[in-house]
Design a protein around this ligand. Structure first.
Ligand SMILES: Cc1cc2nc3c(=O)[nH]c(=O)nc-3n(C[C@H](O)[C@H](O)[C@H](O)COP(=O)(O)OP(=O)(O)OC[C@H]3O[C@@H](n4cnc5c(N)ncnc54)[C@H](O)[C@@H]3O)c2cc1C
Length: 404
């Protein structure tokens, strides 16, 4: 592409979705990222502190199934799925491996900051300009983008503006959701942010908090409103957290908005049927003191069951077995947005074209977690952000090419 056909691309926000878009377009156009922090990818680094799932081993349509609304995310996911993302990482010199439950990690020894540095090196090699400490503060009366740098307010002049401002959790990373009012001012509908991939608040008995907070509940299954998942939860001071809890949050969130009492049903022995457990007690005289050994239940499991059963149920071994298989625990609410792994809400998807440009402002795009979509943990969030950046980049590239 010649210099004269080069366009100016302004990306506002510097997370994974922005970096992917910058990578796609900077091979052909002048790309500038405006980030309010003094570094890119702060939330990416936070994600790296826990189990750093780059993506998931599910690919193609199986991967697309994990997103909601699926129809909205499908094209982005299918056109740049987990295989494509792993190849991209590999080209940057970052080998990956598939770990437990299909999560894809960088190979051992590679630190999150090294991953970020590799991506940044690539962007620098493609001449991406990065303006740190540049904060988006709204649109002027002509809908131009206003950016604050120190005490100066600049008006950006570019051919395309891509916003990648993130969701609203972990505001310390820069993704504070404060941008929503600016979009409302230009007539873009905003869906209020809510927690996703978060813990649930449960009104625990003091005994549970004092004696069992921090203990894991391994190999359990959890059912909410007909959906059952197997995995692990952790008892916390406020309720439950963990990989089996996060995927049921969309259902819990929906139910909490109704007047129906929301309950999580725990099966502590998902690999055993009620009959299997009954066989262990047939023709034996059982005391409740034997339950732990007999059913291989830990103190915290026994304590939870005791809290949510009547004395009569606890002392009858048959009724106790039914509780092992199906213990209902009422949920009060979701954990606060600030501490959740991701958020739903933000830019209403009805405002966007399939390539993530705004229907009423076609030169403005919105990508990543700032848009109202959802996915569980397990690598699907970063994959979603990268895929959106890739699709928007490709679309802008095609539009410019067609116009030449
Ligand atoms: C604790 C934790 C662990 C996680 N672990 C994983 C994981 O293992 N796997 C996974 O797939 N996902 C994980 N995630 C989620 C993942 O990190 C996010 O979904 C992803 O970073 C979203 O990318 P994004 O590009 O949309 O936005 P973000 O990464 O949030 O980036 C948005 C950027 O915009 C900037 N910005 C905001 N407002 C302005 C403004 N007004 N002006 C200029 N810049 C602005 C912010 O400073 C930020 O740099 C985790 C998240 C958390 C909090």
């Amino acid at each position: 592409m010649s210099k004269t056909t080069q366009k100016n691309i302004a990306i506002i926000g510097g997370g994974p979705s922005a970096m992917m878009l910058a990578y796609v377009l900077s091979k052909f156009h002048t790309v500038t990222i405006y980030e309010k922090n003094n570094g890119l990818g702060n939330k990416f680094l936070v994600a790296g502190k826990g189990g750093f799932n780059f993506t998931n081993s599910l690919a193609g349509t199986e991967l697309a199934e994990k997103y909601s609304p699926k129809e909205f995310m499908q094209e982005a996911i299918l056109s740049f799925d987990s295989k494509a993302l792993r190849e991209w990482y590999a080209n940057l010199g970052l080998e990956t491996f598939v770990g437990t439950s299909g999560r894809v990690f960088p190979i051992k020894g590679i630190k999150p900051v090294e991953v970020l540095n590799k991506i940044k090196e690539k962007l620098h090699s493609q001449n991406v300009i990065i303006e740190y400490d540049h904060e988006f503060i709204g649109f002027d009366e002509n809908k131009n983008v206003k950016i604050k740098f120190k005490d100066e307010i600049k008006t950006l002049i570019a051919d395309y503006y891509i916003f990648a401002l993130g969701g609203s959790s972990w505001s310390v990373t820069g993704s504070d959701g404060k941008w929503t009012k600016h979009f409302e001012e230009i007539g873009v509908n905003i869906i209020p942010f809510e927690s996703s991939n978060c813990g649930v608040n449960i009104n625990w008995d003091n005994h549970i908090v004092e004696n069992h907070a921090g203990k894991p509940l391994k190999n359990i299954s959890v059912t909410v409103d007909g959906t059952t998942l197997k995995g692990e939860a952790v008892i916390t001071k406020y309720g439950l957290e963990g990989n089996v809890i996060y995927p049921i949050i969309p259902k819990v969130r929906k139910l909490l908005k109704t007047k129906i009492k929301v309950e999580i049903k725990i099966d502590f022995k998902p690999d055993n049927t009620i009959d299997d457990l009954l066989k262990r007690v047939s023709n034996k005289k059982i005391s409740s003191k034997d339950y732990g050994k007999l059913f291989n239940l830990k103190r915290e499991q026994l304590a939870l069951i005791k809290c949510y059963t009547t004395k009569e149920e606890y002392l009858s071994v048959e009724l106790f077995i039914r509780k092992i298989k199906n213990l209902s625990i009422p949920v009060e609410s979701l954990r606060d947005i600030e501490e959740s792994i991701s958020t739903v809400g933000g830019i209403d998807i009805e405002e966007l074209n399939p390539d993530f440009s705004l229907k009423n402002h076609p030169k403005i795009y919105c990508i990543g977690e700032m848009v109202d979509w959802d996915a569980p943990t397990g690598g699907f969030l970063l994959q979603g952000a990268f895929s959106m950046g890739h699709l928007a980049g490709k679309s802008i590239y095609d539009i410019i090419n067609k116009a030449i």
